[in-house]
Design a protein around this ligand. Structure first.
Ligand SMILES: CC(C)(COP(=O)(O)OP(=O)(O)OC[C@H]1O[C@@H](n2cnc3c(N)ncnc32)[C@H](O)[C@@H]1OP(=O)(O)O)[C@@H](O)C(=O)NCCC(=O)NCCS
Length: 165
């Protein structure tokens, strides 16, 4: 499954993305905004293997955003609560530091949401830390509605968003 746009393509995540995926995970902003990140390249590769397994077993989509043949980040579309029968989805994303602040996250997420609504979902959820100014802006731009602000088991303040078809 490949989605082509004029600025980037979305194609399946591959093990050969590991080096640049790990580089993205090592960035300070990424560490601040994600719940956990791989500690070394070996862990990054194992995560990618696990993600590819989820594609097969849980009907998840792990897209790599590629620009001129280069890895620029990932955008993910899964069933809510891992239930492949659910018509509710959720999205995640991260952009490699070299490609930030160019509208890429907004545009890649927009493509994936359109794809998700066309294929199967009635609602798509997103979660971010309450400190994540970038994602808050993106979600508002893409007309997600705020469901709630809450504190998770780790004591982190988060925001839950939803967008309906
Ligand atoms: C957050 C992230 C995905 C944004 O990616 P991006 O491609 O730079 O985002 P965009 O270029 O589409 O930005 C959209 C808007 O948000 C703003 N923005 C982006 N990052 C921002 C930041 N860190 N602080 C404040 N505003 C930010 C942009 O300036 C832009 O505003 P504009 O429309 O007024 O020009 C990226 O910084 C990232 O991968 N961060 C680490 C991982 C992460 O937080 N993932 C999400 C977990 S929920």
């Amino acid at each position: 499954m490949i989605i082509k746009t004029k600025d980037f393509i979305l194609r399946p995540l591959k093990l050969s993305d590991a080096k640049l995926y790990f580089e993205t995970m090592q960035d300070k902003e990424t560490k601040k905004n994600l719940e956990s990140v791989p500690k070394n390249l070996k862990e990054a590769k194992q995560e990618i293997r696990d993600y590819i397994k989820q594609v097969k077993e849980k009907d998840s989509k792990y897209f790599t955003i590629e620009i001129k043949g280069k890895y620029a980040g990932n955008v993910i579309l899964q069933h809510q609560n891992w239930d492949p029968k659910s018509d509710e989805g959720r999205v995640h994303l991260w952009i490699h530091p070299d490609y930030r602040k160019k509208g890429l996250a907004t545009n890649a997420l927009k493509e994936v949401i359109e794809y998700g609504f066309k294929k199967k979902f009635k609602k798509i959820f997103a979660q971010c830390k309450a400190i994540n100014k970038g994602v808050i802006k993106i979600n508002k731009k893409l007309e997600f509605k705020k469901v709630k602000t809450f504190v998770n088991e780790q004591g982190v303040k988060k925001i839950l968003w939803v967008k309906e078809k």
